[in-house]
Design a binder for this molecule. Structure first.
Ligand SMILES: Nc1nc2c(ncn2[C@@H]2O[C@H](COP(=O)(O)OP(=O)(O)OP(=O)(O)O)[C@@H](O)[C@H]2O)c(=O)[nH]1
Ligand SMILES: [Mg+2]
Ligand SMILES: [Zn+2]
Length: 372
């Protein structure tokens, strides 16, 4: 089927669809056909809470039970951002199925264990929020970015609380530092307090579905409220003593933005373990992988080999030694996780996401092309 023509044929109906502001499009509509025939209602999960979820449908928000949808596999549970087929009535009313995901942000619940946990589904932009109130930890940002790339979404780094960095030169250096740790990733500095950078962030969010990720106290909910122009999410001051957040947000919430797009606010994460993120790690360290192509030995470990282009770049001051260390560390961690998890299951899930992701992207591009 010709994607562009199928899109244009249904574009008028999908733009009038009450779920269009939530991201409903021709692709989801066609995925949903068989469920429509069974009398189910489509909706997007806006919150998940212990076996129950809130689903926004054309008729409003419904509470539904997720017991039907493989509750024992942590990667296949219903997640905020999922498009689901809900039974038209019933007490309890059940989610019958979720539509195949286009992207999914997954982490290991801890770097020691290999259990994957899905944090958000069908996301176009994965926004990593990092507070400028504390010292920057580049390795932590790299770790988040590996997972963000792996999710299939475009990563973005948002440096929050820019008002606390009063010297503009210092701020520019901080942004630059993060940029060297994030090739191919836009890095924005924002202040929810003073409104700086919110227009740029709003424009990113308007481009589909975005998820805000980061440590507790990074200012995610404050940003969500600022973009909403309304205090929908609770915000709390962080404890002064240790700068740790309070874990104010406890559920993942999907919000429709007045300027367009959808934003998922998430609870702060203490840490994120990699979960089968080999490609993501490669993308975070794209410049090292490019340099490695020029090493004399194709299996160069960049340790002491002659003709090593990576070590030469470190010697020249072109590549910070820290980057190579961080790269090694994440590669090792990823290998450990991969060795522990079920390869067949991983491959199956990835294949599905890749296929859907490509479809979603083609659709977004077709849509943008039309809008021009
Ligand atoms: N100075 C300043 N403080 C901010 C800014 N944004 C957020 N804060 C403060 O940072 C603290 C934590 O903000 P939250 O928005 O609750 O942080 P969060 O990331 O949602 O935290 P969790 O929900 O626990 O994950 C609050 O005291 C906010 O007022 C900002 O732009 N400037
Ligand atoms: Mg919050
Ligand atoms: Zn080398």
């Amino acid at each position: 089927m010709n994607l562009a023509s199928s899109l244009s044929s249904s574009s008028s109906s999908s733009s009038a669809h009450p779920l269009a502001p939530y991201g409903w499009d021709a692709g989801w509509e066609s995925e949903f056909t068989s469920y429509a025939e069974q009398g189910c209602v489509p909706g997007r999960v806006v919150r998940v809470d212990r076996g129950q979820c809130d689903v926004v449908t054309a008729g409003g928000v419904l509470r539904a039970d997720t017991a039907f949808v493989t509750p024992h596999d942590p990667l296949r549970v219903v997640c905020t951002g999922d498009w689901v087929a809900v039974e038209p009535d019933g007490n309890p009313r059940y989610v019958r199925a979720y539509l195949p995901r286009r992207t999914a942000f997954v982490r290991s619940t801890s770097s020691k264990r290999s259990e994957g946990q899905i944090l958000a589904a069908n996301v176009d932009h994965a926004i990593v929020a990092v507070s400028l109130a504390a010292e920057l930890e580049l390795a932590r940002i790299e770790r988040f970015l590996a997972l963000a790339w792996e999710s299939g979404a475009q990563p973005v780094v948002v440096l929050t609380k820019a008002d606390l960095v009063t010297d503009p030169v210092t701020l520019a250096y901080l942004v630059q530092d993060v940029e060297t740790a994030a090739p191919g990733v836009p890095v924005l500095s924002v202040s929810a307090e003073q409104g700086e950078g919110l227009d740029v962030l709003g424009a990113v969010v308007a481009g589909g579905t975005a998820v805000l990720l980061g440590q507790s106290g990074a200012g995610k909910s404050t940003l969500a409220n600022a973009l909403l122009g309304d205090d929908v999410m609770d915000v709390q001051a962080i404890r002064d003593v240790d700068g740790k957040g309070r874990h104010t947000t406890t559920t993942r919430n999907l919000l429709v933005m007045p300027g367009g797009g959808v934003l998922i606010d998430t609870p702060g994460l203490r840490g994120v373990g990699l979960w089968d993120a080999g490609h993501g790690v490669g993308q975070v360290f794209a410049e090292i992988e490019a340099l490695a192509q020029r090493c004399r030995f194709h299996d160069c470990a960049h340790e002491s080999e002659p003709g090593c282009a990576v070590l030469a770049a470190i010697d020249d001051g072109e590549l910070p030694g820290r980057r190579l260390e961080s790269y090694r560390k994440l590669l090792r961690e990823n290998q450990r996780i991969v060795a522990k998890t079920d390869a067949r299951l991983r491959a199956e899930i990835r294949k599905e996401w890749k296929r859907r992701g490509a479809m979603g992207k083609a659709m977004m591009e077709a849509k943008r092309g039309r809008a021009r």
